[in-house]
Design a protein around this ligand. Structure first.
Ligand code: SF4
Length: 202
């Protein structure tokens, strides 16, 4: 069964329709894509598909006898799609205004000095401004569930960056760091995701 959700004004997704394969594609689905496209698309392709900023379509596994909570179904696309995550991460590394890094946290090769220069502060102060305490760094329980593998290592942990839409590491940083993080509760996580569903890339 394919379930269609729409983002409400309160920034939470609400179910608006369902479609069972083999039956007519509902009008609400056709408002997004032609019926033929829905019918030809595999369930795998549909899972977490986002079309435009306000609509997400998901798949509920009826054979498993469970109607999974939306929290499990609306993971940001980059947490489920390695290629998209890599593309967004590479963009964040290369973009002059972002410069995500350092690539190797053990050998930062002047990264912290450069970003301190950019922020007009000391290297020590710059090193206090990392993904781990950035306002866009999401380590909420529901986002942890979206992560496909282990989130922690000796240097810190992975979280999801809502600003640049990729899985970033707490020990790194970027030029758009902003204080106020990390995001640790599901409600704030949903609010951020509601704000940033508008695009896929950094
Ligand atoms: S915006 Fe924040 S969380 Fe995202 S890469 Fe930059 S420092 Fe990390």
């Amino acid at each position: 069964m394919i379930v269609l959700y729409e983002l409400g004004e309160d920034n939470l997704y609400k179910e608006i329709d369902r479609w069972v394969r083999g039956t007519d594609v509902p009008e609400s689905f056709e408002a997004i894509l032609p019926a033929d496209d829905w019918e030809e698309m595999s369930d795998d392709r549909i899972i977490n598909m986002i079309d435009g900023p306000y609509v997400v379509a998901s798949y509920v596994d009826e054979s498993a006898g469970e109607d999974r909570e939306l929290a499990e179904m609306e993971c940001p696309a980059a947490t489920q799609d390695v290629a998209l995550n890599t593309r967004n991460r590479n963009s964040a590394i290369q973009a002059d205004h972002i410069q995500y890094g350092p690539l190797n946290v053990d050998e930062p090769a002047g990264y912290w000095e450069d970003i301190a220069d950019f922020w007009d502060t000391s290297t020590e102060a710059a090193q206090q401004s990392k993904c781990g305490n950035c306002v866009a760094f999401d380590v909420s329980p529901r986002m942890d569930d979206c992560m496909p593998g282990p989130t922690s290592d000796d240097d810190g942990r992975l979280g999801y960056c809502h600003m640049h839409k990729f899985k970033c590491h707490s020990a790194r940083s970027c030029r758009t760091w902003a204080k106020g993080g990390p995001i640790e509760d599901d409600e704030t996580s949903y609010e951020w995701q509601g704000k940033d569903e508008g695009g896929e890339t950094a």
